[in-house]
Every structure is written in structure tokens, then in C-alpha cells.
Design a protein around this ligand. Sequence first.
Ligand code: ADP
Ligand code: MG
Ligand code: MG
Length: 880
Amino acid sequence: MAKKYCYLFTEGNAGMRELLGGKGANLAEMTNIGLPVPQGFTITTEACTQYYEDGRKINDEIMSEIMQYVETMEKINGKKFGDLKNPLLVSVRSGARASMPGMMDTILNLGLNDEVVAAMIAGNPDPKLERVVYDSDRRFIQTFPDVVMEVGKKYFERLIDKMKAEKGVKFDVDLTAADLKSLAEQFKAEYKKQLGEDFPSDPKVQLYEAIRAVFRSWDNPRANVYRRDNDIPYSWGTAVNVMPMVFGNLNNNSGTGVAFTRDPATGEKKLMGEFLVNAQGEDVVAGVRTPMPIAQMATQFPEAYADFEKVCEKLEKHYRDMQDMEFTVENGKLYMLQCRSGKRTAQAALKIACDLVDEGMRTPEEAVLMIEPRNLDTLLHPQFDAKALKAATPIGKGLGASPGAACGQIVFTADDAEKWKAAGKKVVLVRLETSPEDITGMKAAQGILTVRGGMTSHAAVVARGMGTCCVSGCGDIVMDEENKRFTLAGKTFHEGDVISIDGSTGNIYDGAIKTVDAKIEGEFNRIMGWADQFRKLSVRTNADTPRDAKKARELGAEGIGLCRTEHMFFDPERIAAFREMICADTKEQREAALDKIMPYQQGDFEALFEAMEGDPVTIRFLDPPLHEFVPTTEDEIELLAEAQGKSVDEIKGIIQGLHEANPMMGHRGCRLTVTYPEIAVMQTKAVIRAAITTKKNHPDWNIVPEIMIPLVGEVKELAFVKKIVVLTADKEIADAGIDLKYEVGTMIEIPRAALLADEIAREAEFFCFGTNDLTQMTFGFSRDDAGKFLPSYYDTKIFENDPFAKLDQAGVGKLMDMAVKMGRTVRPEMHIGICGEHGGDPTSVEFCHKIGLSYVSCSPFRVPIARLAAAQAAIRSKGE
Ligand code: ADP
Ligand code: MG
Ligand code: MG
């Protein structure tokens, strides 16, 4: 059977989002449950994939099916494309599986041309309609070239601004029918000038071009960035929705709105939204005029508002989640144009999930699945210090559009935000309003401040999605974008000046305000409590200092998965002793230097054992190449020479000798112990002695130090090092006359170790995947240099993600899966973890669950994210 590429709204349902996209599936679902939706059809995501497979062409088969559906739509609505009595006007809207607000394009009022315009006006006695028709026409002509032909909006916006200036009016609505007519003509002339051809008048040609444009917009730069940030695969494609227009710009008894069934910033259960009278489409979010709060609709549009309240209730009950809706009122009658589960702040997400459980709409398992792990990040990051905040006087106020505290230097363009961030600066991006082109700049900023736009403006929606602090719609700001300055409360602020903004209250402050760590309580703990019940993976942390370890424990870490001992060597006194060790000529000299370091290490380990209160602690032995520790300045070299009784030239010679062509694959990891066993001896003594002391102080704690040998590629390497460790440890334990267990395991971070994991498991009591090195060695490129070429790999779609951030499940993951299976054939009970960056990445955590790891280990602030991701993985895999 031939594939079906089109579905009427009556043919689809909410379960079909892979095929129909989120927007299409929900338009169908709303139709099914009897809500007022203008009846159109959806072109499937498979048509989009086919378009790309066919070399960016819509093939004849698909095109003829589309035209068949146009005919059906014409019949259902009793209107026809290009008809002079009953012309059909449609919108052409993109809609991917996952919502990508504002990333792709929408065209309104398609189907208008000179004849239709003339007939519509002639056929209606109401003189006001003339204005509506011209308004719709100029909107169409304005968006069409931008979207379809990629001719910049700016030409058209300039013409509008010019017209408004000539007529001395402030808003689009104040332009007369004649003004709009003249604008439409100017637009068409501009179109011809830019593109060298006439504006297409045949609605079918218009439609064809528009559909192509939506497919093409799947691959536009801002969509590509958005997808990478949100783990949306390129292969999904977008669907296209074609549906009859309703006119919110018909008169003052019409309008367009957006609303949420609960507050997307706080989660509070109350209808929230905005409505703009006599307006169409994007007007309400574009910030061209300030809309009215939704509650005000109740007085001005009582019937439509009552209907809308009913719709909201029905939708929430139906979807059992907070809904984000787009609607239009045409002549007092309500039409639903979109619904989806609304984007929300992390705070709101937690509250809504808990409330839905309390309201009996969701189970705790479902509530856990409703939280986006990545978003928790924002809750864990600093807030303004309450005292400092109280003492500060706001200089202005906008809407608290996305919570958080931001403090930084003012920049005025998205480009500058990126550049300044790259130069290590913290910036607050201040704009009249943001647009989708600003997305990377918004990401680079600590916070976003806009002059125009409400709670549902582009800036607000996108900032909430990114978890970035945002204050929107501060109309008191007098903006001078051209000269990169603005005035507020009588003061002029220039680029580079520091301001602070509070995304919860909307307050704006001059200068910097102290920030403090976030507190974790209430709903956060409730959700985490549920998550902990469901997850199978343990969550540990990567911590080198007692401070990090304590933080991680507060955030729920159940042990240390990776303590990098070398990070303890950089203190001034310690580094001196360590350098002596490096420059020693004999074993005796080396041991003397190591003896100086040992008490420090022992102290550090004791503090870590204390901080973890009996939870497991994995200590990795010295890993980096020695040259990373040598002095670089003349002064330091002289100092070392003196301490060693050597000449400066001799020291320089030694340093020279440590130089390696490819240090990441050089003399490091367990190779250091093979050449200098005394390093492992010292580290073992420090670990075991620290454990003994802690055990004596806390007899009830279960202290079992885990000694982890890095960079093993061959079992004999591990056997060699392990023997040294065991001899030393057993002697220490015997001397202390105490009963202490310990484990010796290894990192799996060299592909050869993964390939021979069964052999390695004969020696290793545990494995831990060092996926940073494993990724770099599996791909054969350096993580420090990948930044140079990865952008080209994204552009060419060779890679969709950075494999150092998101685990390469196909390759690196295969090695891991093999190693787990082979390791456990030899040692079924062995614990196996991961301690690379990936341990805190939600999709990577899910993979770790699937291949049966015992734990993931990540940086302290990622611990809650990993806990939640692990729970979600467990809940999802239950069904499989
Ligand atoms: P996005 O995905 O960026 O939100 P949409 O496809 O939802 O884009 O379109 C944006 C807006 O255009 C909608 O919110 C709605 O106000 C307006 N719109 C879309 N289709 C129609 C239509 N058939 N009639 C009236 N307005 C429409
Ligand atoms: Mg929309
Ligand atoms: Mg490593």
C-alpha cells in the first residue's frame, strides 16, 4: 500500500505525534473531543523526510495527495482557493514532534491575490471589512517572502515604519484601509525588486511554495541550534498543518490570545495569559502592542471567555497536564488554534507535578516522568542574597518572566553576548524584544532584559525553556540600540555597565548584587524522594575536595565515584615537594620527596572519608603526565634548582626531557607506576592510613576504600600495579592490627581494556568507565582540539551532538556494553560505574541504566539531574 502523507484533523489523534507532529496531533485531538478548531489537514513528518531524501523536492505523488486534501478541505469548509464568492484562506504551520517554539515559520492568510481582495471587499457591505482585507493581505505579502523566499523582513518593516511616520500614528491598527492597501502595493513592488519576479497570485502555487518553505525551515540555523540543545534528532522532520484562517483582526469584537492553564513561572493553579483585541497571529507575542491580561477578557468578551474557561478545564482533564494554548476570537466566537503541554520553569514543573498527584490526576511515577532533568539545573544555581536584595533599591520593574538571579555587564546584541561570553565575561542581554535569531546570544547571557513583550513573548518563552533568568516588558526603559545605551530612572546605561535583574520579581537593579546558593526543599525533595524509590542506579559524585563532597552529599550523592588525587598537588607547598619528586635522580630521592607529600594526601583522604560518612569513596591514583606539574616561570625554576642542589640548566634539561609529542597518549596513568612504583606505594599508604584513622574514629561506618588504577590497557599492567598496592596495603593494615577491607579496581578508558574486559576482570575488583578518555581514544580525536572542527561536523550533519557531552551510544556505548557483559562473566558481583562527564547527562544516564551499570558519578551540581534521569530510565524500562 502506498504511504499516506496527509491526514484530516478528523483522521488523527494525540497518539500520532511522530507522524503528525505535536501541533497536528493535538489539533486532531482537540477536534476529536469536540473543541472548535478550523478544519484542515496535516502533511506528515514522513513527507518532510521524503522531501530531504528527494534532494529538497516535494515529489509528484505527495503533491497530488496534498491537492486532493485541499479539495476535501474546500468541501468541508464550503470555501475554495481563489474563489471570488467564498475564498478559502489558510495558514501553513510547521509542527515537529517536539515543540520548537518560534524556530520554524508560519504563514497566514495564504490564498489572497488581487482578484480575491477586490471581490472580498466588493462582496461585503460593511466598509470596515475593507480594512481587514487589506490588513490580512499586507500581512500575507509581508511574511510570505520572508519565509518562502528568505528575503529579509527588514525591507517590509521599514516600509511600515515609514508609513506610520508619514501618517503620524504609533500602532498598526491606526493605519487606514487606504494606508494598508498602499502598503500591500509597496510590498509587492519591493518583492519584485528583491526577487525579480511577480508575487505569485495562484493560491496553489503559493501553497506549494509555503509547504516547501516549512520543510526547508527544519534545516535553518536557529532550528539546528535549538535541536542540539534539546536532544531533538534531525531525522525526525517536521509536519505541516494547513488550515482555514479565522480572523482575530476582523473588528473590536475579535482578537487573538495565548494562555496557560497554570502559571508557567510558579506553577500556581490559575489561568494565565494575554489577549490582544483586533489582532492576528503573532501580534500578541511579538510585543507590537501591549496585550490585556486574560482575566480582562471576562468583561469585554463574556461569552468567548466562558467558553474558553470550559475549554481549559476540558483540556487539562484530558491531557492531565498544564496546557499552553493559542486561540482566536472572531466576531465573539472562540476558535482553538493550538494546545500543548506548556513549557515551564523548573520550579513550576515541580509544583505542577506535585499538585497533579495531589489532585489525583497523576501517579508519583508519572510525576517523576514529567520533570525535565536538565531543567533542575536552574534550581541549583545561585539566587540573590536576601539581605543584599532587601538593601538594594530597584531602578525599574518589568515582568518576572523566568526566575533566577542574573548579574552582569550590559550588551545590546546577541552577537556581542556571544563574543563577551567567549572572552570570559558575564553579560545581561538588553533588547527591545528578542527574536529567534537571538537564540545563541540568549544562551550566552546570564540574563535577558527586554523593553517590550509580555509573559508569553519570545524572550520569556525561550528563557524559561533554557532556564535563563529573564525580565521582559520593562516599558520604562528608553532604548537607544544604535548607540548601545538606554536610560532608566534618569540614568543612562552604556554597554559594559553592570546591572542585576531578578527573574522572579521583575526588578532591575543598578550594579551587582550578591548571590547565594539555592536552597533545596519542598516540592524538590518530594519529587526526588519519589525518584529515589524508583531508580536502580546509584548516584555518586566526582569530588576532589571535602567541600565538593559535602555539597554533593547535600544534593543526594551516595558516594564518591572519582577523586582525582592529582588535583591535591597544586597547593604551593605540595607542588614544591611534588616537583622535587619529579626531578629526583634516584629512587631514594624520590621517596624522600614523596614522604613530604604523603601527610597532605592522607589528610585530604581523611577529610573525604569524613565528608562521606561511610559511603563508598573511589580514589584514582595519579593520572596526568608529569610535565603538567613542572615549573614554567624562571623564578620557579630557580627555586626548584636551589632546593634540588642543581643548576638552572640541569632543571631545564629535566623539564625538556619530560616533554612528550602526544602527552595524552604518553607517559601517564598506570604507566607512571610501572616506571615509578614508589608513587603508588605512597598513595596506597595515604589511602589506607586515612581509612584506618577514620574507621577508628567511626567504628560504625563502613569504610572500604576503593583504589582505582587509571589508563589500564593490558591485564599484566594492572597485575603489576595491583601487586604493589596489595603488598603495601596489607602491611599497613597488619601493622595497625585492624580489620579493614579495600578494593582495587580499574578505569576502563582505553578501548583495548574494554575489548579484553574479561581478562582485566580477573585482576580488577571493580570497573569504572572513564568516558572522557574512552571517547577520545575511540574516536581518535582529542577532546581539547575537537572544538575546532565540531562546528563543521554539526553543519554537515556528520554529528548532531558533542560526543564528549552526550555519550556516543553506538560506538563508545558498544564498548561499554561489551565490557560490562565480559567483566561480569568473570566476576558476576563486581560493581561497575561511569565517571566521565556523561555521568550527569540525562540520555547518557538512561543508557547506563540499560547496560546495567551499578552507578553513575557526576559533578556535585549534576547529582539531582542524574538521580531524576536514573528514575526516569527505570520507570520507562519497566514497560519494555
Ligand atoms: P508557532 O509554532 O511559532 O507558535 P503557529 O503555527 O502556532 O506558530 O502560528 C502562530 C500564530 O498564528 C498562532 O498562534 C495563531 O495566532 C496564528 N494562526 C495560525 N493559524 C491560524 C489560523 N488558521 N487562523 C488564525 N490565526 C492563525
Ligand atoms: Mg503556536
Ligand atoms: Mg582518564
